[in-house]
Design a protein. Structure first.
Length: 113
């Protein structure tokens, strides 16, 4: 993990913690400020935090603002910002639980994690 803290536009603290080790590779690679991390599915969290900051108590835009009031040509099925940034539904597109775990457990890895 690499950490950076900024205050008033200036980097005031950095640190690199831990190491990674791939299967079959005897030596761990120490994390540095040049290490590239896979952020997985947290990019949505960053986007939502940024959108929330835009609201900033101004009252002109909120989670229930129709998106076409902001972007006239964008017409999603759920027209509210909340609908664009939320995971809704019961994951009905997934197979039943008793089929899901055995199936996922047998999937072939296509890239290093």
């Amino acid at each position: 993990m690499s950490i950076g803290v900024m205050h008033q536009g200036q980097v005031i603290y950095t640190d690199n913690l831990g190491a990674r080790q791939e299967s079959g590779v005897p030596d761990a690679w120490v994390s540095t400020s040049e290490t590239v991390y896979n952020i997985g599915s947290i990019s949505k969290s960053f986007a939502v935090a940024a959108i929330g900051r835009l609201f900033g108590g101004h009252g002109c835009v909120g989670w229930y603002t129709p998106v076409d009031e902001i972007l006239e040509s964008f017409r999603p099925a759920d027209p509210r910002l909340r609908g664009l940034v939320a995971i809704n539904g019961d994951f009905e597109f997934l197979p039943p639980r008793e089929e899901l775990l055995p199936t996922v457990g047998q999937l072939e890895t296509i890239a290093p994690f």
